[in-house]
Design a protein around this ligand. Sequence first.
Ligand SMILES: [Zn+2]
Length: 425
Amino acid sequence: MEGSRRPLRLRCSIQNYDWGRIGEESMVARLFERNCAAEIESSRPYAEFWMGTHESGPSFVVSAPAAGLGPEEVTLKKWIGANSDALGDKVVAKWGNDLPFLFKILSVSKALSIQAHPDKELARLLHKMRPSVYKDPNHKPEMAIALTEFRALCGFVSNEELKDVLFGVPEIRELIGNDEAIKIISTGDLNGHMNAKSLLQVVFFKLMTASNDAVLELVSKIKGRLEVESKIRTLTEKEQLVLLLEKQYQADVGVVVAFFFNYVKLSPGEAIYIGPNEPHAYISGECIECMAASDNVVRAGLTRKYIDVQTLCSMLTYKQGFPQILRGVPLNPYISRYTPPFDEFEVDHCFLPPKESVVFFAIPGPSIFIVVAGEGRMQMGSAVEEQVLEGDVYLVPAETEIRLSAAAGRHIHLYRAGVNSRIFD
Ligand SMILES: [Zn+2]
């Protein structure tokens, strides 16, 4: 069908979660303003910009090819339903008549909740048991690519570092009991060893199920001690983070649990991916995020939302060690690719200097493009060239080649999300 071979401009939705950056300071707000000609409220948080078909934040087709429909009337989901060839046969065969990924931009000023996303089996079960909390039956592996300096907590620290925590934070030792602490401290170099893992599980569970009063006392003791010690020594980065989290969430168990997770600091262009059942929390900064199309979150702390401690503690893998940092593999001088180990998605980054041009070759699956900065022209398939500007978002159907040129004196900075190319091998 000829109509579905044209790229479609999308009008996207945002989320104003309270951890978002405020007003014009938020990249989400600035892109939203340009994408939808929306007015930005200077005191409102703008947290997430969503590109995809998820019901909680749908995208709309601006230039609907079907006559008689106004631009506001067709969601991307509905359009894809009527134009499934835009997905390509392989994607339809594997995931049905919908986009398998959700593409986002995040502007984080305050830590998000510590969370994990269930694997497919658990997601199906949770959705069946509590559909009002776990809204879909899908897993949600995700990847975050830093746009600015980006901070996150991700996965459990190595046994080595865990021992340092138990040595260095007497208040935690006190809460979990000296016996347990001594067992961990005396496990030797047993990274990944069953014994170390089950000990970590026991200790984490004790902390997570501590009473509110115990947590309140624990947090205030740690805070008091660190404030005193900060006058005579430089606090570690983790200790500084714990004080920052305390300012944001006070007597929340997440403040203390931060000691158990890897503190990851990404520079622009660096990325992490998060597999099923891995604990994580984004702390600050702006990023591109891509994930399987789902919104299933099991929360553990740093939040006022519903916390499901039992589910969280039993689902986690308790894998220890620092996460892999992706830096993007160059496809040509202007495009590099981030490939997580998940079928649902990959992300390309394109930075094109003034007057240069580059081709995104036709592929058998759908893509979403977003221009995050700059200006240029885009030619799609056999259609005429079109001007593209910051904030423009397109769905590019399967088997459509894109030629992109930057304007004279302007670079163009863009990201593409698509299904993982490995499914086409
Ligand atoms: Zn997450």
